[in-house]
Design a protein around this ligand. Structure first.
Ligand SMILES: C[S@@+](CC[C@H](N)C(=O)[O-])C[C@H]1O[C@@H](n2cnc3c(N)ncnc32)[C@H](O)[C@@H]1O
Length: 238
């Protein structure tokens, strides 16, 4: 909230803020290849609050993609302003099972809104079928420490890549967590600004972004060379 007004304008805000209406949390023990392989914790307001969403229109030129759950899909829409382009659904086929007599939630949403023309929206789909990241001993992309997921809501980089559109050249994520939006941006040749309140998450995000940037540099057909030692002539060598 304090940082946003100090930024210049970005082209787009692509973010996955803390979800409202899911406070309290429950623990679900998933059976896995080993006994009690992973513990999943449903999180909500304990991760912070999404009040900063009210400010994104003032720092964003063209448009935004903002993730939310069904619990506050209407409130989130009212907070971000702009003109609706789509309500995107993310189908998480491996979502955790129902608890406490709640439905089995298999879908999350993302509002796509436009503030001004400048984004080519034609590649945005209104539905993405991408599994959630596995936790615990099944973790692949998921960042774990001592067998436990470091962040409860780390998003798949593929999902974030798929919602980045032409025209979103400089992207802001004001709730960047472990930096998944940023990794997606760097991998697709965009500039990225991330803000994260939790220092531990921010430090991991910074490392992830540095690694993603190095991977991109090394995969270029003509990688940016590290400054090479100057070749010495026969005369200089003696
Ligand atoms: C849903 S998570 C984002 C996860 C991220 N998409 C990822 O893949 O790692 C929301 C993040 O917002 C952060 N957060 C909450 N309130 C914040 C605030 N006021 N300013 C900045 N970050 C905040 C939380 O610490 C949390 O990491």
């Amino acid at each position: 909230m304090e940082i946003l007004p100090t930024l210049g304008k970005v082209d787009a805000c692509v973010t996955d803020p803390p979800y409202e209406g899911m406070a309290g949390g429950v623990q679900v023990y998933h059976p896995g290849v080993a006994k009690r392989c992973a513990v999943t914790v449903t999180v909500g307001a304990e991760l912070g609050n999404a009040d900063g969403l009210r400010l994104i229109e003032s720092v964003t030129r063209f448009g935004a993609i903002v993730f939310c759950s069904f619990h506050w899909v209407d409130k989130c829409r009212a907070m971000i302003g702009g003109k609706s382009k789509a309500l995107v659904s993310w189908y998480k086929r491996n979502s955790m099972p129902s608890v406490n007599n709640a439905p089995h939630y298999l879908t999350e949403y993302a509002w796509a809104v436009q503030y001004a023309p400048g984004i080519d929206w034609r590649k945005l789909r209104t539905h993405y079928d991408i599994p959630m990241l596995q936790a615990g001993c099944m973790a692949g992309e998921r960042i774990v420490d001592g067998g436990k997921s470091v962040h409860p809501t780390q998003k798949p980089v593929e999902l974030m890549e798929r919602v980045l559109m032409p025209g979103m050249d400089t992207v802001l994520d004001p709730y960047c967590g472990l930096g998944s939006t940023g990794v997606a941006c760097l991998r697709t040749g965009r500039r990225f600004i991330g803000i994260e309140i939790d220092e531990h998450y921010a430090a991991i995000a910074a490392k992830r972004l540095a690694r993603a940037e190095a991977d991109v540099r090394n995969s270029l057909p003509f990688p940016d060379p590290e400054p090479r030692p100057k070749q010495v002539t026969m005369f200089e060598a003696v």
